[in-house]
Design a protein around this ligand. Structure first.
Ligand code: ADP
Length: 260
């Protein structure tokens, strides 16, 4: 359109340049707004545990002679808040590393069956605490060119969520399959499900369907954002299928060979 209009002299070069400049400024503003929103979210998230710790410490200090049990209880609560702060910072660092324009990728030929088995082994204790049955089904051996650390983060977050949001004695089903081009990992659970109108939002940084419930469970709100970044870095895709009250299935598709 611009080319044609320029040719017919109905649109001067100066006008074209000014429109292009305005469009670029518009894009930069969107980027700047989203950066500012991120910084403000980060500050808020980091301040929440700090505020709780301050309240607890002040309460202890205000007591002339606090009983030992009170000390123990409040110190226990402070330790929990420190753990929360730690999870947020660790997740933030992982995300920021992956969000760089040229992130470090350490691509290696990796046995995906082994990688998934190791993740499930690591998460077994939290599944056992809730009596959640975790089953792994592999339809074939799969070797793929991936960054092991980042893939581990991506799948760990999905399996951890499937356990974390599940009810006592629920189940989680992890399956692995492949064709000649891609491998597919799906993580299904018998949990509370996610309403379809939330599906686009859950991958956003710090978005939680139920904020206080997620905090109680120790979530940073960054898990799915990390999964999505790691998957995109591998030129893959992730989709969610879920209805409220019907459980959830996340499916990840990753190319077997890393495409530069
Ligand atoms: P969080 O740290 O809160 O778990 P995530 O980014 O991992 O953050 O997930 C975003 C939100 O998506 C969660 O707060 C939760 O509400 C919802 N969610 C994620 N996975 C599941 C699941 N398997 N079942 C139900 N809800 C889920």
């Amino acid at each position: 359109y611009v080319q044609e209009a320029l040719h017919e002299n109905t649109y001067t070069e100066t006008e074209a340049m000014s429109d292009a400049f305005n469009m670029m400024m518009g894009r930069l503003k969107v980027l700047d707004d989203s950066r500012q929103e991120f910084v403000s979210n980060v500050s808020h998230e980091l301040k929440t545990p700090l505020t709780s710790m301050k309240v607890l410490a002040d309460a202890l200090l205000s007591q002339e002679e606090a009983p030992v049990e009170m000390y123990r209880e409040f110190m226990g609560d402070i330790t929990e808040e420190i753990d929360r702060e730690n999870v947020i910072i660790t997740d933030l660092l992982s995300l920021v590393k992956m969000d760089r324009s040229s992130p470090d990728l350490n691509i290696q030929s990796t046995d995906i069956n082994e990688l998934l088995e190791l993740i499930l082994k690591r998460l077994k204790p939290i599944a056992m605490k809730k009596n959640v049955d975790v089953v792994f089904e592999s339809f074939r051996p799969v070797t793929a060119e991936v960054d092991e650390v980042k893939m581990t983060l991506a799948f760990s977050n999905l399996v951890e969520n499937a356990i974390k949001y599940n009810h006592e004695e629920g189940w989680v089903h992890v399956s692995l399959n492949a064709d000649h081009k891609f491998f597919y990992v799906s993580v299904s659970d018998s949990g509370p499900g996610i309403a379809p109108e939330e599906h686009d939002h859950i991958f956003e940084r710090f978005y939680r369907v139920d904020k206080s419930h997620s905090r109680e469970l120790g979530g940073s709100g960054l898990g799915l954002a990390i999964t999505r970044s790691a998957v995109i870095m591998h030129r893959g895709s992730v989709k969610v299928e879920s209805e409220k009250g019907e459980g959830t299935t996340f499916t990840v598709r990753i190319p077997l060979n890393y495409i530069v």
